[in-house]
Ligand binder design. Sequence first.
Ligand code: FE2
Length: 279
Amino acid sequence: MKLPPISRRKAIFLLGAGAIGSSLDAFFIEPNYLSITEKELKLPLLPSSLDGLRIAHLTDFHYDPDSDYELQEEVIKATNAQKPDIIALTGDFIDSKTKNIAPLLEHLSKLEAKHGVFAIMGNHDGWTTSGNHMKQLFEQTGITFLINENTVLNIGGDLLAIAGSDHIWHGHPDLTRTMKGLTSKIPTLALVHEPDFFDNVVAKREVMLQLSGHTHGGQCRVPLIGYAPRTVSFGRKYIYDTFEHGQSRLFVSRGVGTTGVRVRFACPPELAMLTLKSA
Ligand SMILES: [Fe+2]
């Protein structure tokens, strides 16, 4: 079918209208629009007895109560409605203000998961305050905060380790301490803020699954092809979605918040609901 020709003036008008519409979306709509990603992850290192375990993964809040209160309310409501077994929070809770930790924790303290809520440091948290300060505040609300350490859950007789590293960018990640006491027989969920550290993790040992954020999925992506023009240190190789190395798997989330200009395009805030399947 041959399309009718359009005048130069009409073409310019349509391009202008498209640009204005995209800008309105990127600045005023998309940063506030929570999306829920449902994903089944086939994990070679997951025992079949833990098949079906559901993890809610949230990351990169960069919380500012002036702009993010309603979005965060929605995040908590949507997460609890999923009735997850485990909730993993992989860092960058704040952007650059210590005073925003307490109001964010008012939200996060309402999170509910059958086997607990687990959190780690992000680079923005580490640039703003100390790990000890974050750990103290989070653990007062009942959230387990892991810095180069692990905890082992007993789920109906099956062991599952959750190992959280310090942030990588100017932090002090120590994989030996993070994996201390864990044998290869214990399936391990590794929480590491910066995804590119996956290469270091798998060089040391296989992990059932690593969860990361940090990249915000690029924050602005080219629609349809998903190309992210802007990348960040330690988040250049693994920007969004699922990756594998040997028997290990990595999932990188787009995260909830924004850093720099509050803008997102073709890359909305994300609650990732991950259903683990034994492969
Ligand atoms: Fe971030």
